[in-house]
Design a protein around this ligand. Structure first.
Ligand code: MLC
Ligand code: AMP
Length: 541
């Protein structure tokens, strides 16, 4: 039985918005949108989606990892019953309205990457079995022929937002109005595509309960308040932007200011104007900010430093923050960055403390609700400090399954512990990340890339016989994609030529930044390419 009050959606993130109806939620495109606006707009999205979907095909219910959760059967209320709804929407008020709207209608939100090329979008739409696609008018063009070929309905965000707007919270919906479902937190909510040890990205499925646990853990650990104001410039098909920034802020009644991307100058001006209390970014962004400081005139440096120094909290994550970058940032702004560690499958796992030492080069301790252990190469839980091991993790924030990949899912868990593939060590009470078990995962500017996915594309080049992709150390990107190739006839191929060709199939940020043409690859006795030795090919002498 659901004990929620009659006006409840069953989703605490959405229901909490009613406590802040008049407060600003999202500043986007120069307009302030309140929580009341967000509730109204998300309700319009939900009811319009339900109407559109009920008129069309009924979505198929699906089994989860344990196979135990049943999806509600047909009811008088309109319920998308976990249909996958994809949306290609830049960070904005409309993004939040669409995400909440899909949730309120009982769908699974599948945010698409704005950088994705057509074959990448096609993989997600096909793999997820997407039933409906939403995009703003200006982005519909590139999706039209794809959706047409795949017979997936495509609608503009403008249309789905404006049809049949009903008053939020009123029970005065007419007899013909769609009644939205009261949702169980154990329903699937979101699918994020993540690259990794398989060539094609996998769909990471999280339930509403998982997302809520990820949010509440961070709200507690980082002291989120309704008075907080945060800029949002990270991509919104990844957990960093979606959960840590957008959802934590909206849970707290705080305000988010959206930017179409990392617009350095505009963001610095807003920082100098004192617009933000909290700031979250990946290490590459801190490197870019340091470069901006170092080439600015003293007046600008002073304005920006004052803005940053007044914030109550600045966080770095998604990739390793070099201790030197951490320290340089403190010299420039007086801020001690708080570094934390996370992953799409788990939310955030480890964090330096809000009110105690924030140690450069370390990621702190387990966050509230997170149980963590390190396991060595022999499968033994490490006994104590100083012994490295793979991070294995349990907790209510851990995802439910990789979509349609039951075997991959079960191989990713051992006795209920999720195997992250990251290696860490505990030193003097703080965990430090040492690296990853797989050489095929590359973290570039906070994006996780699969060497296997990039190799699969490069291998299709008519002149490439064989190739090996690796991540090489890079001051700006953390790791940069580098490709070693063997051409059919030993003829040269330029990086630019390769990028132009591969750029049709791969997002720009996956394209190699360095290229060598080799006569043969370094191999072991079995003939297998030795990736560590391939990395050495890119080391400056
Ligand atoms: C852009 N480029 C990249 C890149 N981003 N190349 C490699 N890696 C990247 N991450 C390319 C551009 O395509 C362009 O190519 C060139 O680099 C210069 O681009 P730019 O305009 O200077 O880059 P910018 O637009 O400023 O983007 C940089 C960035 C962005 C750091 C803002 O990459 C970004 O938003 N990263 C964050 C990703 C993220 O949110 N990850 C979280 C995943 S969740 P060319 O060829 O034209 O020169 C996760 C869990 C957790 O990790 O713990 O949080
Ligand atoms: P993603 O799959 O995009 O969610 O990326 C998750 C991965 O990012 C983790 O498995 C780590 O390898 C890496 N990561 C996240 N935060 C940190 C950090 N603070 N230090 C080092 N690596 C990190």
């Amino acid at each position: 039985m659901n004990a929620a009050p009659p006006s409840s959606t069953g989703l605490r993130l959405v229901d909490r918005g009613r406590d802040h109806l008049e407060r600003p939620a999202i500043l986007s495109g120069g307009t302030v949108h309140t929580y009341g606006d967000l509730l109204l707009a998300s309700r319009a999205v939900a009811t319009n989606l339900v109407e559109a979907m009920l008129l069309g095909q009924s979505p198929r219910p699906v089994e989860n990892r344990s196979g135990s959760r049943s999806v509600p059967g047909p009811s008088r209320t309109g319920d998308l019953r976990e249909a996958r709804i994809a949306f290609l929407v830049p960070g904005s008020f409309e993004y939040a309205a669409v995400q909440w709207g899909i949730w309120r209608a009982g769908g699974i939100a599948v945010p698409l990457s704005l950088s994705a090329r057509e074959p990448e979008l096609a993989h997600v739409l096909r793999d997820a079995g997407v039933a409906y696609v939403l995009a703003p008018g200006e982005l519909v063009g590139p999706l039209e022929s794809l959706c047409d070929r795949m017979s997936i309905p495509l609608e503009t965000v403008e249309a789905i937002l404006t049809r049949n707007q009903a008053a939020e919270g009123s029970d005065a919906e007419g007899p013909d109005a769609v009644r939205l479902p009261v949702l169980s937190p154990h329903r699937r909510a979101m699918m994020l595509y993540t690259s990794g040890t398989t060539s094609k990205p996998k769909g990471v499925v999280s339930t509403h309960a998982n997302i809520e646990a990820q949010i509440t853990s961070l709200v507690e650990a980082w002291g989120w308040e309704a008075t907080d104001q945060i800029p949002l410039f990270l991509p919104l098909h990844h957990i960093h932007g979606i959960v840590n920034v957008l959802s934590c802020a909206l849970w707290s009644g705080a305000m988010v200011e959206t930017f179409p991307g990392f617009e350095l100058e505009r963001i610095l001006n807003r920082v100098a104007a004192g617009a933000f209390t909290v700031f979250m970014a990946v290490p590459t962004i801190y490197v870019k900010l340091i470069q901006a400081f170092e080439s600015a005139d003293p007046q600008d440096r002073h304005r920006w430093a004052t803005g940053f120094s007044r914030m109550r909290l600045m966080i770095s994550g998604s990739a390793a923050l070099p201790a030197a970058t951490h320290e340089r940032w403190t010299e420039l702004t007086g801020q001690r960055l708080l570094e934390r560690y996370g992953m799409t499958e788990i939310g955030m796992g480890l964090s330096n403390p809000l009110r105690a030492e924030r140690r450069p080069g370390a990621v702190g301790q387990p966050l509230p609700g997170v149980k963590l252990r390190l396991v060595d190469e022999n499968g033994e839980v490490v006994a104590g400090e100083g012994e490295p091991g793979e991070i294995q993790l349990k907790g209510p924030g851990v995802f439910s399954e990789y979509w349609n990949l039951p075997e991959v899912t079960s191989e990713s868990f051992q006795g209920g512990w999720f195997l992250t593939g990251d290696v860490a060590v505990l030193e003097d009470g703080y965990y430090r990340i040492l690296g990853r078990l797989s050489v095929d995962i590359i973290k570039s500017g906070g994006y996780k890339l699969s060497a296997l996915e990039i190799e699969d594309v490069l291998r299709r080049h008519p002149r490439i016989q064989e190739c090996a992709v690796v991540g090489v150390e890079d001051e700006l990107w953390g790791e940069a994609v580098a490709a070693a190739i063997k051409t059919e006839d030993g003829s040269p191929l330029s990086l630019e030529e390769l990028k132009t060709w591969a750029g049709e199939q791969l997002s720009e940020y996956k394209l190699p930044k360095a290229l060598v043409v080799v006569e043969d690859f370094p191999r072991n006795a079995m003939g297998k390419v030795l990736k560590p030795a391939v990395k050495d090919l890119f080391r400056p002498d």
